[in-house]
Design a protein around this ligand. Structure first.
Ligand code: HEC
Length: 208
């Protein structure tokens, strides 16, 4: 009987924990997972950045929080604008992926905290497929793909990244070096990410 009751309690507990977030990775990190989605998809020229007076600024935590009610995605405009079958945002071609929308939902449900440095920097991870490609996809490809790719650089493929490696602009721009346009526009990568790009470039930018 005791075991039976324990089992019931266990299953109730299990149901509640699995129902609370509809994503298998509940440890969403603001700086690593959420901010890049906004930077790369919402802050282009004439969109939600600090130099655009009319629209609100989605380049910082404080700016994003103006349209967030912590724990309540349905009361948060940054979520309701991107959710559903015909989301009003982002305008234009690039729609967010279901995973990105879910990340934002889970982050709001968890209290919309300004979390950073959530994962330990793995300094040995700087392969193209393991680190560089996901990093560029997260932070850059929203502005750097298709016909309107920033500066003509399309970072959605390896061959698209190479020209920016060869002319030193990739590294110069993410390091915010003098003479380069600082990237990602409106933001900054973590030291861990910048170091990974540097190591990969110095290793000859292999397609590994
Ligand atoms: C919000 C949009 C946006 C994001 C996000 C963004 N870029 Fe850019 N990028 C641009 C635009 C637009 C240009 C063209 C130059 C300009 O207008 O500043 C550009 C230019 C560049 C250039 C050429 C720089 C130069 O000095 O000529 C490089 C390299 C670059 N971006 C790399 C990146 C990388 C790497 C990321 C991600 C870590 C990134 N960008 C994220 C919009 C963006």
């Amino acid at each position: 009987m005791k075991i039976y009751i324990l089992a019931v309690i266990f299953f109730i507990g299990l149901t509640f924990t699995t129902c609370s977030y509809d994503l298998s990775t509940p440890d969403v990190c603001f700086q690593e997972d959420i901010l890049p989605i906004f930077i790369s998809n919402c802050t282009m020229a004439n969109c939600h950045n600090s130099s655009n007076g009319e629209a609100f600024d989605l380049t910082t935590y404080d700016g994003i929080m103006e349209k967030v009610t912590p724990k309540h995605p349905q009361l948060s405009e940054v979520y309701t604008a991107i959710a559903g079958k015909n989301p009003s945002m982002p305008q234009g071609q690039n729609k967010l992926t279901a995973l990105q929308v879910n990340y934002i939902k889970v982050w709001i449900r968890m209290g919309a905290k300004n979390t950073s440095n959530c994962s330990i920097c793995d300094t040995t991870n700087f392969s193209y497929s393991g680190k560089i490609q996901p990093l560029l996809a997260n932070w850059c490809v929203g502005c750097h793909s298709g016909a309107a790719a920033g500066g003509g650089y399309d970072f959605s493929t390896y061959n698209g990244v190479l020209p920016a490696v060869l002319n030193t602009k990739l590294l110069g721009s993410v390091q915010h070096s003098i003479g380069y346009k600082p990237m990602p526009k409106n933001s900054e990568l973590s030291t861990c990410d910048i170091n990974a790009i540097e190591k990969w470039v110095n290793a000859g930018a292999p397609n590994n």
